[in-house]
Design a protein around this ligand. Structure first.
Ligand SMILES: *[C@@H]1O[C@H](CO)[C@@H](O)[C@H](O)[C@H]1NC(C)=O
Ligand SMILES: *[C@@H]1O[C@H](CO)[C@@H](O)[C@H](O)[C@H]1NC(C)=O
Length: 467
């Protein structure tokens, strides 16, 4: 994120923040695969390790694409062999260097090739909201840097697998109301956006924009921003009626592109979101409203309705954000855009949790586990009769995530009894506790069960927390 100042009626300044984004593909139930993104910012000191995030996304959500705002090798590594499609970002400061082809080639060989194809990298974004920085060195070099990086991909034979683009704030627009009157800011239109769109068309890559109704609403336009019943906005020139701000923003982008002759270039929504908490006097900022907005955005972009100027289109869309980020500067809302807390519990659900992940407690009458204890603590142990091979896989899986398996290694307090069943129980409990003690965290392909009887013995302590 985001926001440059702008003279438009619904785009307001906010803090410029670097981010990571996650892209989700949802199955809409109609059988069609629609895509939705969730931005994953890393400006926090309490986020789970990348491996745990990757496992969480895979097992507990329907997310199967991710976008990073950098090319963090740890995160790329964490998503190896997951099938999750990954978009990475080159930081703004690298842009001037990238116009040097050998530098671009080195960037690809340093940041992409060690991870590709084991990590399914699908797109590289060059910089973040570069035009909004107002930095002419970056702006002037943006398209040449993208071209150079593309050439580097060609020389590595990766250009058919990996796209190049760059995301923009809506600060690139002027005259956004009504949508049909929108154009790119003068100067940038001919000198940056026209060559950019021309290049994107050539390489069949999308134009990426970050619309934020949240930064554009006033008390009077809250319902318009939230897709609620409202008088809407009538565009005199096209005779089209707008019922929500999202459509109006996307059509403004479309009109500006069309004005330059690029209405055929695909649009991707790089960031969009609504915080669940704000300053006390801020209207329209709470958990229910954030859930409402994000759910409606997802429905909208996946419905195939499109917008008044782009009927029947779907838009690959990245919601901001995956996590609340405690180190983000600015107002309280900046730290509360997340769908999830840092302990992986949902702030709210917009339909991206897998069904088993929706309730964290097993139904009372369906608990197969012993329920003798009354301390309120629970542990995950191996189910009797479980196959040894399956239990070994559980050990390999949990310890392979990088969780602390020292206690079951020779010399550790839980090494004895040296059996697969005992070691597996320790590892499975470790995973269950670490992941937040959801019932599904103890499933392990039906080889685990939850117990209220403490499995600890001697010096071997099985971690547990009060439920
Ligand atoms: C281009 O990049 C290469 C590799 O990083 C570097 O060795 C070379 O000095 C750069 N050339 C210029 C003109 O900056
Ligand atoms: C959009 O879809 C509707 C329903 O399938 C169809 O009637 C209409 O012609 C389509 N419009 C465009 C512009 O493709």
């Amino acid at each position: 994120m985001r926001r440059s100042s702008s003279c438009s009626s619904f785009i307001y300044p906010a803090n410029m923040i670097t981010m990571v984004a996650f892209l989700i593909i949802l199955s809409t139930g109609s059988g069609a695969d629609a895509s939705i993104g969730v931005n994953f910012g890393t400006l926090a000191n309490n986020l789970p390790p990348p491996r745990q995030v990757a496992e969480f996304l895979l097992h507990s959500t329907v997310i199967n694409r991710i976008r990073l705002f950098d090319a963090d090798p740890q995160i790329l590594q964490a998503f190896a062999h997951t099938g999750v499609a990954v978009t990475v970002t080159v930081s703004n400061d690298q842009i001037p260097h990238l116009t040097n082809l050998s530098f671009a080639q080195r960037w690809i060989s340093d940041h992409i090739q060690p991870h590709f194809p084991s990590t399914n990298i699908i797109r590289i974004l060059v910089g973040n909201e570069v035009i909004s920085t107002g930095n002419h060195l970056l702006i002037r070099n943006l398209v040449p840097a993208m071209q150079s990086l593309h050439t580097a991909l060609v020389s590595a034979s990766l250009h058919r697998r990996i796209q190049i683009s760059t995301p923009h704030s809506l600060g690139i627009l002027s005259h956004t109301t009504p949508p049909s009157s929108a154009r790119f800011r003068q100067g940038y239109d001919k000198h940056v956006l026209k060559p950019l769109l021309s290049f994107l068309r050539t390489i069949a890559s999308p134009f990426v924009v970050n619309p934020y109704p949240f930064f554009g609403y006033s008390p009077e336009t809250l319902d318009f921003a939230l897709f609620r019943p409202n008088p809407g906005l009538f565009d005199q020139d096209t005779k089209l009626h707008y019922t929500n701000m999202f459509d109006a923003q996307l059509d403004s982008v479309y009109s500006a592109m069309e004005r330059l002759g690029f209405s055929d270039v695909a649009i991707v929504v790089g960031e969009i979101g609504w915080p669940s908490k704000g300053d006390r006097d801020q209207i329209g900022v709470d958990v229910a409203t954030a859930a409402e907005f994000n759910r409606k955005v997802m429905d909208r972009v996946n419905s195939g309705t499109g917008t008044p100027l782009m009927p029947n289109r779907t838009f690959e869309t990245y919601i901001f954000a995956l996590f609340n980020e405690n180190l983000k500067p600015g107002p309280i809302s900046e730290r509360n855009f997340g769908l999830f807390r840092s302990d992986l519990t949902p702030v709210y659900d917009i339909g991206i949790l897998r069904p088993t992940a929706r309730t964290s407690d097993p139904p009372e009458n369906n608990r197969r586990s012993p329920v003798g204890g009354s301390s309120g603590k629970r542990w995950c142990v191996t189910k009797s009769g479980a196959e040894t091979e399956a239990l070994q896989r559980n050990i390999d899986y949990v310890c392979g995530l990088g969780l602390d398996c020292e206690p079951i290694i020779e010399g550790g307090p839980c090494f004895l009894p040296n059996t697969v069943e005992a070691h597996s129980a320790y590892a499975m409990n470790l995973f269950y506790q670490t992941m937040g003690r959801h019932e599904f965290d103890c499933d392990f392909d039906k080889t685990g069960e939850i117990t209220s009887i403490d499995p600890s013995y001697g010096d071997c302590q099985y971690q547990a927390e009060f439920v």
